[in-house]
Ligand binder design. Structure first.
Ligand code: ZN
Length: 478
């Protein structure tokens, strides 16, 4: 007997090197953990009298998805920052919203981002942001999801960036305050929510702070046995800054100062040469790749497949931000990752479906340091399990020979709304496609209200910044 018993499903456990498929498979969950995995005929003998029995015939049963790099609070600016040159994205399309965004707006945005991810099967969020204590208290803990959370640390103040072609002006007091906030987040929130919250540290990027502060942050993380999660080589803006300041590229500079190692999760890394990707792989850096977001805001395919080819140990997929992306739905992210990387390499055999699904689950969990807890369906692991209904025209037919096509159908055809049940830490938090921990209508209404407040307040600043998107608006093109 267990608390939850899932039977007769098509299990993709991620155990071993491939998908770890078990047809007519079953999983038993007790407390927060998986206590049995195997064939239904076998497990039925011990678990048919469990408190809740879930019939999973015609359903795929997977570990919950891991979104390794996400900024949920930005979800209220969805659609406000795309189709602009990369150099304009942050300074002309995103910056105008910053000064009107209040803590309650980031909470509303974060709740929407988590709801979106959760409903499409994400159980672990690699959140980076500001205002993280209230967001953790009001969103991540009550929604029942798992998260690695980091408060962004930089030395950027209001007057830091008068000219993108001159070195940013750093404010050490800003850096100190943000590091203090990050430590406070760790002290107050680490291991909260029945252990679902894992606080790590986020130096914003090599262009946003001094070398001394970069090291200080990594030291504070290491002292607490935590990883550092940083944006690395994230585009032209950063490349200009690093060249101005250090006369080289981000990855080469970080390598020269000994910053690249297995304690670093490096996000993006798309402004890089093949040789630099090899350096990242060799140093054991963990790679958070966000192909859809970077494709849209930079017009570049990040080197996910290349990193793997070069021997990179851990790589995961992130949805990043919503203002110029495809959103926080991992089944959409899977398609973007596969399509873009196949195209980048002009090689359709790159990122086969079994690998893409592993990257979105077990390898993503390993990337953010949770590989021993989640990412696969195995005895002793935390029970983060999702059920995906396969009875849709676009997922039909399902056959088991010669190729078991469940994985290809999920990676290339699923939309995300087929996710029927989400279990996190042994608790059912989405049941029959409905979220049990958040009032969905209310979440959307609040996010709508927050977006109207922020976007409408920022209109004059946004139009004055005159990005290519603002120009299109002025011309009445959208
Ligand atoms: Zn990011």
């Amino acid at each position: 007997m267990a608390e939850i018993y899932i039977r007769n499903g098509f299990l993709l456990t991620m155990k071993g090197e491939g998908l770890g498929t078990i047809e007519e498979g079953a999983v038993a969950i007790d407390g927060s953990e998986i206590v049995a995995v195997g064939k239904t005929a076998e497990l039925d003998k011990s678990y048919m009298n469990s408190k809740k029995v879930i019939e999973a015939k015609g359903k795929a049963v997977l570990p919950g998805f891991v979104d390794v790099h996400i900024h949920t609070s930005g979800t209220i600016t969805r659609g406000q920052g795309q189709d602009v040159p990369e150099i304009e994205w942050m300074l002309k399309a995103m910056a105008p919203f910053g000064k009107y965004t209040k803590p309650e707006h980031s909470i509303a945005g974060s709740r929407l981002g988590v709801l979106e991810g959760l409903k499409s099967g994400v159980t672990t969020f690699g959140e980076i942001g500001g205002n993280t204590i209230p967001v953790t208290e009001n969103v991540f803990i009550p929604s029942g999801v798992r998260a690695t959370i980091a408060n962004t640390i930089n030395e950027i103040g209001p007057g830091s960036r008068p000219d993108a072609n001159k070195p940013y002006i750093y404010y050490p007091d800003v850096g100190e305050k943000k590091l203090k906030d990050a430590i406070e987040l760790y002290e107050k929130m680490d291991k909260k929510g029945d252990g679902r919250i894992n606080v790590i540290f986020a130096p914003h990027g090599a262009d946003f702070m001094s070398k001394e502060t970069l090291f200080k942050v990594k030291e504070e993380a290491k002292k607490r046995g935590k990883l550092a999660h940083m944006h690395v080589a994230q585009g032209g803006r950063e490349a200009i800054q690093i060249k101005l300041r250090y006369g080289t590229t981000t990855i080469k500079w970080l390598d020269s100062i000994g910053y690249l190692d297995e304690n670093l999760i490096a996000a993006h890394c798309h402004h890089s040469t093949d040789e630099e990707v090899e350096i990242l792989a060799k140093r054991g850096v963990r790679y958070a790749s966000c192909p859809a977001s970077i494709g849209i805001i930079d017009g570049i395919v990040p080197p996910l497949a290349l990193f793997i080819q070069k021997g990179g140990k851990y790589a995961g997929l992130g949805s990043d931000q919503a203002a110029g992306s495809t959103g926080h739905n991992m089944l959409i992210q899977l398609k973007a990752a596969a399509l873009l990387n196949k195209t980048r390499h002009a090689d359709p055999s790159i990122l086969p479906t079994w690998k893409t699904l592993r990257i979105a689950t077990i390898e993503g969990a390993q990337t953010i340091g949770l590989g021993d807890q989640v990412g696969s369906i195995e005895i002793g692991k935390k029970a983060d399990v999702i059920l995906i209904d396969l009875k849709y025209p676009h997922l039909t037919p399902i056959v088991s020979k010669p190729v078991r096509n469940v994985a290809p159908n999920l990676v290339y055809y699923a939309r995300g709304d087929e996710v029927e049940t989400v279990i996190c830490n042994g608790k059912i938090i989405v049941d029959d496609h409905k979220c049990l921990t958040m009032a969905e209508e209310e979440v959307m209404e609040n996010a709508q209200k927050a977006a109207e407040e922020v976007c409408y307040a920022a209109v004059d600043d946004y139009m004055a910044a005159d990005s290519l998107l603002a120009k299109a608006v002025k011309k009445g093109l959208l």
